[in-house]
Design a protein. Structure first.
Length: 77
């Protein structure tokens, strides 16, 4: 039981850190360098979009692990 609680605390902490990273990534999308060529800006936006998508998937997996700790989802992470 102690291990299960430690896993849940770890999952919650990881989720909170990732949510902060997601917020920071989203904030970066609003920043545009006016001297940056359009092609580079578009590529950077594409990469940021991929980062956001990845963070959302990991956060979703952590939510499942937190909500269903006995389902084995924690080991899936």
């Amino acid at each position: 039981m102690k291990s299960l609680l430690a896993d849940e605390v770890t999952a919650r902490t990881a989720r909170e850190s990732l949510l902060l990273g997601l917020e920071a990534t989203g904030n970066m999308m609003g920043w545009i360098d006016p001297q940056q060529p359009a092609e580079i800006a578009a590529e950077n936006m594409r990469r940021l979009g991929q980062m956001i998508e990845t963070l959302c998937v990991v956060i979703s997996d952590l939510n499942v692990a937190i909500e269903n700790p006995r389902s084995g989802e924690v080991t899936k992470l």
